[in-house]
Design a binder for this molecule. Structure first.
Ligand code: PLP
Length: 401
């Protein structure tokens, strides 16, 4: 059977098309007016003062970490420092930490919301005081970490906090949006996310110095950091200098700039974010009702109207059932599936050097990593698609493990 219920779907609407055509008509492909407009709107949407657009969520994390390293006000954050983070996440989170020269420290998660277990974070800090500089929680599948508790620990131990909000566009925590709850946050607008651009990311922050550093780091560490280049208007702050600041590099950076066309696609979607989130919540609520008879086999997702769901995550809790067989059966019935990432230090081959150190120490993360998977709950699903999901599960259970 062909796949009917995908993890995500994309419909390029008239507004997105018109927005891209405007950029093309302006002859603008690299960052320009649309990128600046997107940054303004995304910062406003999240509830932060500043947003810097980048070419991916991975770049947002890596540029953010490098900015923290270069920020003189944070002497603890430097290559070799420890970053407390989640073991159950897309590889980009851990990869960014390692690529910034830092050491990820994994603590176990809450098995239902996949968020950091605050008690385990505190144990890690109490047990080993040396070298900890940062907490990097991941709001996986849209579930927001207990940020009051994490920020409390951070201020007690003198740490910074950087949210990986890649998967939580518009999720709420005590009335505030994911990404607005710490020093800085990274978002991803990858194709499967709620705001879908293909490849784009952003960092949001209230901290002007951090935003300026990120603007420089994403442009190969160049000297200047204006939001809009004023050189051709003759008002460049470096106009008297004997060098061109765009080609003078004080930092070693990356090319993480985004493209104007991607920003053009994002803008209309930011305006529709509320409707996208509500449609996904409706689908999660409906699927929870329909799949409730099977809740002894599967842990169903916790429902909350504060969560902006990236997908519909399930964890196989009955040991008689195999996740791989379940996923294969659902796919045969037309429902696309994905594994829930795997526990980074013990189940991801790139991190096998950490396996011995962590094996057995993250039991909930390892269980979720081995038994978790997700299906789509996206905004384009119709009632007949939800029927298809229900029937796929009924047929699976009828056949037995
Ligand atoms: C939790 C998390 N962090 C970071 C990223 C990286 O984002 P990107 O794919 O845009 O590089 C992703 C991507 O899906 C993610 O899920």
């Amino acid at each position: 059977m062909t796949i009917r219920v995908r993890i995500g779907d994309i419909r390029i609407g008239e507004e997105e098309t018109a927005s891209v055509l405007e950029s093309l008509a302006e002859g603008r492909l690299s960052e320009g007016r649309k990128t600046r407009e997107f940054e303004k709107r995304w910062a406003r949407y999240i509830g932060k003062k500043l947003c810097v657009a980048l070419n991916s969520g991975s770049s947002a994390l890596l540029a953010g970490l490098h900015a923290l390293i270069h920020d003189d006000r944070r002497p603890k954050i430097r290559p070799g420092c420890k970053v407390i983070t989640s073991p159950v996440t897309y590889a980009a989170t851990s990869n960014a930490i390692v690529l910034a020269g830092m050491e990820p420290v994994y603590v176990d998660i809450d098995p239902c919301t996949f968020t950091l277990d605050v008690n385990r974070v505190e144990d890690a800090l109490r047990g080993d005081r040396k070298g900890h500089a940062l907490i990097l929680p991941v709001h996986l599948m849209g579930y927001v970490n207990d940020m009051d508790a994490l920020n409390g620990l951070a201020s007690r131990y003198g740490l910074s906090v950087f949210e990986d909000a890649a998967q939580a566009h518009g999720s709420l925590y005590r009335g505030r949006k994911a990404g607005s709850l710490s020093d800085l946050a990274g978002h991803s607008f990858y194709i499967a996310h709620n705001i879908q651009v293909g490849e784009m990311g952003a960092v949001v922050t209230d901290d002007d110095a951090l935003a300026r550093l990120i603007r420089r780091i994403k442009a190969n560490g160049r000297r200047c950091d204006c939001r809009i280049c004023t050189r051709s208007a003759g008002t460049c702050p470096f106009r008297g200098a004997e060098y061109d600041p765009r080609f003078t590099h004080d930092l070693v950076g990356f090319n993480f700039k985004t493209s104007e066309l991607h920003a053009a696609i994002a803008i209309p979607q930011v305006e529709r974010a509320g409707a996208i989130i509500r449609a996904r919540q409706h689908n999660v609520r409906t699927l929870n009702e329909r799949l409730e008879p099977f809740s002894e086999i599967f842990q169903l997702p916790v429902f909350s109207d504060e969560v902006s769901y990236l997908a519909y995550p399930l964890v196989v809790r009955d040991p008689k059932w195999s996740r791989e067989k379940i996923m294969a059966s659902l796919e045969r019935s037309g429902v696309e599936t994905r594994p829930l990432f795997g526990c980074i230090p013990t189940q991801q081959p790139a991190y096998r050097h950490l396996k011995e150190r962590y094996e057995g120490r993250l039991p909930r993360a390892e269980f979720v990593g081995a038994n978790g998977f997700y299906i789509g709950c996206h905004q384009y699903l119709e009632s007949a698609d939800l029927d298809c999901v229900e029937e796929a599960f009924r047929s699976l259970v009828r056949k037995g493990p």
